[in-house]
Design a protein around this ligand. Structure first.
Ligand SMILES: Cc1ncc(COP(=O)(O)O)c(C=O)c1O
Length: 431
């Protein structure tokens, strides 16, 4: 248990502030003198070292493989829903049957955008397009993934914020909202190692999600983005229950679309994405995609199939990612502990996988901390980004994304963050 800053006298706070102000100015000057480049903890990108793990992908599919391939010619148009071998490979990633998958291009976010567009403008086989229903709303669990929120903001949805409990999103609040307000058309979810909080939804929470469409409007959709399905730091990888399977038991399977991609498994810019859904949803999505494309990059899909060979080798590949990335997270957490555990300066998550640490300053300080850290040469995600409309009502959440920085950069980066937090906190307290 750390000491409480509120127990310090004004004199003690002022003295501490002077100490940290001097340290801050010294650090700023030293940085200017050394002409240091900034350290960037803004976005959850795989590092070059992680990308190198998949370099053999570039040689994985040869002319011989092509000649021996029994399926449709992957060089040509067609195969809109992906090659069967890729569906089989990625089905366990999504917790679905291969026949429930569409394997498409390189970006799951693009598919999410397309799905929102489809249900907004065209609607499903038996469901009204959202755009025909006047003002519509979407639930955003926050802190969450800014790019999800941006998609629904762009389509003019009113974004409704719901927070977290220990075991996942606040289901009482979600159930009450969708039952009482039929203009709520859907919800964004990242069920495993949620971006940025690291939450893993419990079985109980996922079961409640499977029942949710029963009390919601008829064209309600759950966007289930399992982007971090196999991104565990520890050796024992575990799976969360499949929402689609649970929905089938509840008769709600047409209300869920599950997404995943290999962006953080192979190449973030040249991976493969997949979606799993009920037959009805899958068929309507394929029909929609048919207007957009004559078929995805099937050679890249087969390249991934050849590179991995099996799902278990994909899991082994993820252990190699873990060795690189878990070390960086340990450095972040150790430095935060070292620098900020003497007083209640801030709180932060200790994720067991994924790409982020979620860091909360005292209310009203996140923007200030981000700007101070920037002066010291540390680039952080803009404060507020993890909330709908980029507005954190408490101005306290900062998303830390340490994957792209080098191990050598992490400790100095977190030291700069800690110094900025101390200075901003004390300045606020002695005002
Ligand atoms: C939750 C989540 N979903 C999706 C993405 C992007 O996925 P893709 O690269 O497949 O478009 C990210 C990237 O950071 C993410 O954090």
């Amino acid at each position: 248990m750390s000491n409480k800053l509120s127990n310090l006298s004004n004199k003690q706070l002022t003295e501490l502030h002077q100490t940290f102000e001097a340290e801050f100015q010294k650090e700023k000057l030293a940085r200017a003198t050394r002409a240091e480049v900034s350290i960037d903890l803004t976005r959850g990108k795989p590092s070059a070292q992680q990308l190198d793990l998949s370099n053999n992908l570039l040689e994985a599919y040869s002319v011989k493989d092509l000649q021996e391939y029994q399926g449709m010619d992957p060089r040509n148009y067609g195969g809109l829903d992906g090659v069967p071998e890729a569906k089989s490979l990625f089905a366990p990633l999504l917790g679905a049957n291969p026949s429930e998958l569409i394997v498409f291009g390189n970006s799951s976010l693009e598919l999410m955008y397309l799905c929102i567009h489809f249900y907004f403008q065209f609607g499903g086989q038996k469901v009204t397009p959202w755009s025909k229903e006047g003002s519509v709303k979407f639930i955003c669990i926050a802190p969450g993934y800014d790019r999800h929120f941006q998609i629904t903001e762009k389509f003019g949805f009113e974004l409704v914020t719901v927070g977290f409990n220990q075991d996942g999103p606040d289901m009482d609040a979600i159930e009450a909202l969708v039952a009482s307000d039929k203009s709520i058309k859907g919800i964004w979810c990242v069920p495993k190692y949620s971006n940025p909080t690291g939450h893993v939804y419990s079985e109980e929470v996922i079961k409640r999600f499977a029942k949710l469409p029963r009390v919601a409007c008829q064209n309600f959709k759950i966007f289930w983005d399992n982007a971090y399905a196999v991104h565990d730091f520890e050796d024992t990888s575990f799976e969360i229950p499949s929402l689609l399977t649970l929905c089938k038991q509840e008769g709600t399977q047409d209300s869920v679309i599950m997404f995943a991609s290999t962006s953080k498994i192979t190449f973030a810019g040249a991976g493969v994405c997949a979606v799993a859904a009920s037959d009805t949803t899958r068929n309507e999505l394929i029909a929609h995609l048919g207007a957009l494309s004559i078929g995805p990059d099937k050679i890249n899909q087969l390249r991934h199939v050849k590179f991995f060979g099996s799902y278990s080798s994909l899991q082994i590949h993820m252990r190699n990612h873990a060795k690189i990335i878990a070390h960086k997270f340990n450095l972040v957490l150790a430095t935060l502990d070292e620098k900020l555990s003497d007083y209640d300066w801030a709180v932060w998550t200790k994720p067991r996988g994924g790409y982020f640490v979620s860091f909360d300053t005292k209310p009203g300080l996140a923007k200030k901390v981000v700007s101070l850290a920037n002066e010291l040469g540390l680039k952080l995600t803009p404060a507020g980004a993890t909330f709908p409309y980029g507005k954190d009502p408490k101005d306290s959440n900062i998303r830390l994304a340490p994957s792209f920085a080098t191990s050598e950069e992490i400790k100095p980066a977190i030291e700069k963050l800690a110094l900025s937090v101390k200075l901003a906190t004390l300045a606020q307290m002695i005002q």
